[in-house]
Design a protein. Structure first.
Length: 175
């Protein structure tokens, strides 16, 4: 199989502070983590208040996601982001179990930053999360439970133990 840059153009996700509403939480199960060690992962999905203006999706809200290790350890990114969003630290009792489903429909402000990879491709990612500013009006999810294809693919791979990467014998690689 030959793969190539498809050259598809997407309307860029707006950067900077963006109001958002959590529309889904997806449990990815065990996925490959740091050093190849299987780690329990979750994905938070938000709809931005800002809407697309171009193409087939004009008028629809931008969708952004962030993948986390499913941990409330005080050093875990999920824990840090949830504390920032809530505006308070978890108590030791809360760290024993937090029901993530309460986040669906919850509003926040996301700080979106543009990052350029070594390949030259540019992505916009969630850098930080905070609660709404006093007086900021809440928005409701328009696509509750939305699941991007890449998440569905990860769930299938977690169930089958399959990997997207084909296995090669190093002798078969011509470089």
């Amino acid at each position: 199989m030959v793969v190539k840059d498809e050259g598809r153009d997407f309307e860029p996700i707006p950067t900077g502070g963006q109001q958002a509403v959590c529309n889904a939480i997806h449990d990815l199960g065990m996925q490959e983590g740091f050093g190849g060690k299987p780690t329990h992962k979750v994905v938070l999905v938000w709809e931005l208040a800002e809407r697309r203006t171009l193409g087939d999706f004009a008028g629809q809200r931008f969708i952004v996601c962030k993948k986390y290790t499913a941990s409330l350890n005080e050093r875990a990114n999920l824990s840090k982001d949830l504390e920032s969003w809530r505006g308070k630290a978890f108590t030791p009792e809360q760290r024993k179990g937090f029901e993530m489903s309460v986040l669906v429909g919850a509003n926040c402000n996301l700080n979106m930053i543009e990052q350029t990879m070594k390949s030259g491709k540019t992505f916009v990612n969630v850098a930080s999360i905070s609660g709404l500013i006093k007086g900021q009006k809440k928005i409701e999810p328009e696509q509750p439970g939305y699941m991007p294809k890449w998440i569905a693919d990860m769930l299938i791979n977690a169930e089958t133990g399959d990997s997207n990467a084909p296995e090669f014998d190093s002798d078969d690689i011509p470089f």
